[in-house]
Structures are given as structure tokens and as C-alpha cells.
Ligand binder design. Structure first.
Ligand code: FVH
Length: 294
């Protein structure tokens, strides 16, 4: 930063792969960054980049008005925050740990009872993407003003996206987006297993798979949204009937090629159910409506 620019102080608790990337981005943007990790040795590389390592979590917390937490689970976060509630009072906690909407709301309620401002976040990036244009972080919480106050600091990590005053909203968006990713992971894993069973090197197949998945995503994601929001599921693209008729070919081929079919059997069940319930002429968007519990 220029000598006239002020960069707020910030504390990062939890220096795993992600916490380390977050702290490094803050340092690079010129923030005074205090870091703490349960296993103290992980502060070393960040100290070499200019961070201030704290010996205790309380010492780290009292160094900054903004405390960013990134631990393995929200149970870990709850344990740490409860132990440090006195030091945290009057400060803002931004929790970037993966968790459920209900956990985020519980943490927000607990924080409010202890005079702590709580903002929940969902990181849409891997550590290597932090502070690159491809990364963004979702935020939600009851105190939007606090978010706006700290947004200039948070912007050093990734693009910021506010998703509302329900503290659980960021986790809901985060888990929904990651659900799409894990679905893709399952599909890509099965595709590599199948092509590999025929002796085709993964590297040779990769460009075909990437382009195919991208092309399908480009059409399917907005197309499904249109059908879902309009309630019009009839298709001129690919009916549930034709998909249901084709899926046994996949399951049979997996077995014949010496592969497991566990990942895709649930899709056959869902397609079968869609036909049983009379949706043969509808498109794949209809499956979304069949995922609700009765
Ligand atoms: N890595 C990624 O790509 C994803 C991207 C999206 C967001 N996730 C979530 O971020 C959280 C942290 O993930 P991580 O990759 O940094 O995880 P680790 O490298 O395994 O580091 C975990 C840190 O948590 C500390 N920790 C665990 N339990 C406790 C505890 N009870 N008290 C205090 N700290 C705790 C751990 O400390 P240590 O083992 O080094 O002492 C690490 O600092 C996670 O929610 C992802 O889902 C990452």
C-alpha cells in the first residue's frame, strides 16, 4: 500500500492449507496480520512473510478488531470460540469453516449472546485460487453493516458476495455449489474408471471429457433453472423415458468392464421413480422435484 493508505489489522485463527493461503493474501495486500494455530510450528512460513505469530489464541484475538477463523469443522470453531469468548467480545468473527446452515445460525446466536459480531462465510476456491480473480467468498449474517465495514479487508482474500441476513445463507449457497462440484467429481471419476478399463490413458481422454462436461454444464444449468422456475418440465431435448431406457447400458458396461456401479445405481432408481410417477415426457429438471422428502 502507499504510505497514505491504511490497511486494517486482522487476525487469522487456523493455519491449515486454507488459513495459510488467507493469511498470506492479507499480508500481500499490506494488512498487519496476526496469526495463531493450534500447532504453533505452522506460523513459521507466515512469520517469514511478515505476519505476527501469537502464542495464544487470546493474544491473537486481541490484536485485531476482525478475526477470521478457518478450522476443520464448526465443532472445532465452537470449542475455540467458547474458550475465548471474553477476548472476542466487541470484535467481529468471520468464520470461513465449512459447515451447515444450522451450525452457522447456532454460532451466530451464541456470538450475539456474548457481544460478538458473527459473519459466516463459504469459500468458493481452493487455497491456490485465493487472491485470484477466479475466487469468491460468500458471506451472510445479521449485521450487514459490520460486513460493509470489513469488506475492504475481506476483498484481499477473494471477490466478496453478500447473500443475506440469515446467518445460514452463506453455508446454504456454499453446500449447494459444492454439491454441484461433488456430483461432477463422481461423474468424472466414473468416466475415467470406464475409459481406463478400456486401456485409454487418462491424459488422452481428458480434453474430450473436459469439453463435454463444460458443454453439458453450459446448457443444463440454465436450462434446468428455467424449467424449475417456470414449472414447465416438458422437454424437446432428452426425455426421462429415453434416459431411463439408456441407463441400464451404463450399469451393465461398468459391471462388464470390472467396475463398481454404486455411484450411479441411485440415478437409475431416481429415473425409474420418475417413470412410475408419470413423468416420462419430462426432462431431467423433473428429477429435482423428486428429491424432496415426502
Ligand atoms: N482446502 C480446500 O480446498 C477447501 C476449500 C473450501 C474451504 N475448505 C474448508 O476450509 C476449512 C479448512 O480447510 P483446510 O484445507 O485449511 O484444512 P487443514 O489443512 O486440514 O487445516 C485444518 C486447520 O484446523 C485446525 N484445527 C482442527 N481442529 C482444531 C481444534 N480443535 N482447535 C484448533 N484448531 C483446530 C488445524 O490445526 P492443526 O491441526 O494444524 O493444529 C488446522 O489449522 C475446512 O472447513 C474446509 O472444509 C477448504
Amino acid at each position: 500500500p502507499s504510505s497514505t493508505e491504511h490497511r486494517a489489522s486482522v487476525t487469522v485463527l487456523g493455519l491449515g492449507l486454507m488459513g495459510t493461503a488467507l493469511a498470506a493474501a492479507l499480508l500481500k495486500a499490506g494488512h498487519d496480520t496476526t496469526v495463531w494455530n493450534r500447532t504453533a510450528s505452522k506460523t513459521g512460513p507466515l512469520a517469514a512473510q511478515g505476519a505476527t505469530p501469537a502464542e495464544t489464541a487470546a493474544e491473537a484475538i486481541t490484536a485485531s478488531p476482525l478475526v477470521i477463523v478457518c478450522l476443520t469443522t464448526n465443532d472445532n470453531v465452537r470449542g475455540l470460540l467458547e474458550a475465548e469468548s471474553d477476548a472476542l467480545a466487541g470484535r467481529t468473527v468471520v468464520n470461513l469453516t465449512n459447515g451447515t446452515p444450522a451450525q452457522a445460525r447456532e454460532l451466530a446466536d451464541w456470538a450475539a449472546e456474548h457481544g460478538i459480531t458473527y459473519i459466516d462465510g463459504g469459500i468458493m476456491a481452493v487455497p491456490q485460487m485465493i487472491a485470484t480473480p477466479a475466487a469468491y467468498i460468500l458471506y451472510s449474517g445479521t449485521d450487514e453493516e459490520a460486513y460493509e465495514t470489513h469488506r475492504p479487508t475481506l476483498a484481499a482474500l477473494a471477490d466478496t458476495k453478500w447473500v443475506g441476513k440469515d446467518p445460514g445463507a452463506a453455508a446454504l449457497y456454499d453446500l449447494s455449489l459444492l454439491t454441484g462440484m461433488y456430483g461432477m467429481v463422481m461423474g468424472v471419476a466414473q468416466a475415467y474408471a470406464l475409459i481406463g478399463s478400456g486401456g485409454v490413458p487418462a491424459r488422452e481422454f481428458a480434453p474430450l471429457l473436459k469439453d463435454w462436461v463444460n458443454a453439458m454444464t453450459d446448457g443444463l444449468v440454465p436450462g434446468m433453472a428455467e424449467a424449475l422456475d417456470s414449472g414447465q418440465h416438458l422437454t424437446d431435448v432428452s426425455s426421462l423415458a429415453v434416459n431411463q431406457a439408456a441407463l441400464p447400458n451404463f450399469l451393465t458396461a461398468y459391471a462388464q468392464q470390472g467396475l463398481r456401479d454404486d455411484l450411479f445405481r441411485p440415478l437409475q432408481d431416481l429415473l425409474d421413480r420418475s417413470i412410475d410417477e408419470g413423468y416420462a415426457a419430462d426432462g431431467l429438471s423433473r428429477l429435482v422435484t423428486l428429491l424432496k422428502k415426502d
